[in-house]
Design a protein around this ligand. Structure first.
Ligand code: GUN
Ligand code: ZN
Length: 429
């Protein structure tokens, strides 16, 4: 594991900023040194010539050095679905997504796509992700295997779906339980990997399957849960028909033991006040997937209501519903949607969500999310002048906040100069 010292403008959070105190926890060390030993952060400090002359310094002067981004919801098996025209969720699933996920019964395609996908995450500065494979056990094994080979911190789990989907994708309640358990035994806690129990969404699981998913959550310590929730109006009507006795869509998951502080619910657009309060009380996380919500025409996430009850929020690219692997574009989408809702994110809020915020939501803040001593050295080097437009806009910005805001609005993969995992460069241009 790597030892290295890098020089640049270091930015990280040591606490969560709030709307009342929008720079709380922000640490900025212009011309600083980040020291890494055995893949962990030893120290961040202002540049010191004496220290620098004693060791080999990788010089990223003029670049930002930040904790690697955390994408809290992304489907690797949808790499070939991204940018498919014009359907809303349920048609998009049936017409594009299910037929393509079918191909991931092929272990060779799984391996090839998993490797390509991780490289694409790194090209975009993402170092940790909650990743969705398909319902085939081999598609989950492939992403775990690739991430393990790269020493990456990654969370995934086989999709569970035993009804209302094509036969070629359907598992059974029993087989999904057994396959999940087998994958947990193989991968959960191995290297930096964790397992997430992954029922696709309420409509594609029988009560028996949801029940067994809940049993996995109860029986296996530290396992996560990921699913989709309240993304689209037709989907919500369908859930009401299928589960007429449940108070709400969220309540279906609650009834089956799937609502906890380790639960990550993608989208959460159409929650009611009661849902938000219950989610907040249980410390569950809403994963805001802005580019997907725009692309699939799903709707506008209500940040005002989420903040009112102190709901934990993380950000997801949700490729292939989402239109970009980049967390910079995802942050930009978060601004656009909350602006349309009349309650825009404050400039540092998406930067926090994509780093320390997500680490806290995952209960991994002792391992990742910032540069406190002992943390795993996953970081990204960003060129704030990567394009003509960025360069010009940076010249007219005064504060760090202003720069970061412009960077998330104008930036993309061209701004990602390098991405390191445990102090090892995985992407560099
Ligand atoms: N709901 C159920 N499955 C999916 C999926 O693959 N993508 C999105 N965006 N929503 C879903
Ligand atoms: Zn999704």
């Amino acid at each position: 594991m790597a030892d290295c010292t890098v020089r640049g403008d270091i930015v990280h959070f040591i606490d969560s900023p709030t709307r009342e105190d929008p720079k709380r926890g922000l640490v900025y060390i212009p011309n600083g040194l980040l020291k890494i030993r055995d893949g962990r952060v030893i120290d961040v400090a202002p540049f010191d010539q004496e220290v620098a002359s004693e060791e080999t310094v990788i010089d990223y002067s003029g670049h930002l050095i930040m904790p690697g981004f955390i994408d809290a919801h992304v489907h690797y098996v949808q790499a070939d679905v991204i940018a498919s025209y014009g359907k809303q969720l349920l048609d998009w699933l049936n017409d594009y997504t299910f037929p393509l996920e079918r191909r991931y019964s092929d272990p060779e395609l799984c391996r090839e796509t998993a490797q390509w996908f991780l490289r694409e995450l790194w090209r975009n500065g993402t170092t940790t992700a909650l990743v969705w494979p398909a319902s085939f056990k081999q598609s989950a094994a492939a992403i775990f295997e690739s991430a393990y080979g790269a020493n990456m911190r990654l969370i995934s789990g086989k999709v569970m779906m035993d009804r209302h989907c094509p036969d070629y994708l359907a598992d059974s309640a029993r087989s999904s339980y057994e396959d999940s358990l087998e994958l947990i035994q193989q991968w959960h806690g191995k290297g930096r990997l964790s397992y997430a129990v992954t029922p696709r969404f309420a409509p594609t699981s029988t009560e028996e399957q949801l029940n067994l998913a809940g049993r996995l959550m109860a029986d296996v310590p530290d396992v996560y849960m990921q699913t989709h929730l309240a993304e689209n109006q037709d989907e919500i009507r369908w859930v009401k028909e299928l589960f007429p006795k449940s108070r709400s869509y969220l309540d279906v998951y609650r009834q089956f033991g799937l609502l906890s502080s380790r639960s990550f619910f993608g989208h959460c657009i159409y929650l009611d006040d009661e849902d938000r309060k219950i989610m907040s009380r249980r410390n569950a996380t809403a994963v805001f997937c802005p580019t997907s919500n725009l692309f699939l025409g799903s709707g506008l996430f209500d940040l005002r209501q989420a903040e009112q009850v102190g709901l934990s929020v993380a950000l997801g690219s949700d490729v292939g519903g989402g239109s970009s692997y980049g967390m910079l574009q995802t942050m930009h989408g978060a601004y656009s949607i909350t602006q349309l809702k009349g309650f825009p994110v404050f400039p540092l809020q998406p930067w926090h969500w994509a780093t320390l915020g997500a680490a806290k939501a995952l209960n991994l803040e002792d391992s990742i999310g910032n540069f406190e001593p002992g943390k795993e050295a996953d970081f990204v080097v960003i060129d704030p002048k990567a394009t003509e437009v960025l360069s010009r806009r940076m010249a007219s910005s005064e504060t760090l906040e202003e720069k970061l805001f412009a960077l998330m609005v104008l930036g993309d993969d061209r701004a990602i100069k390098a991405t390191y995992i445990l102090g090892v460069p995985k992407h560099s241009v």
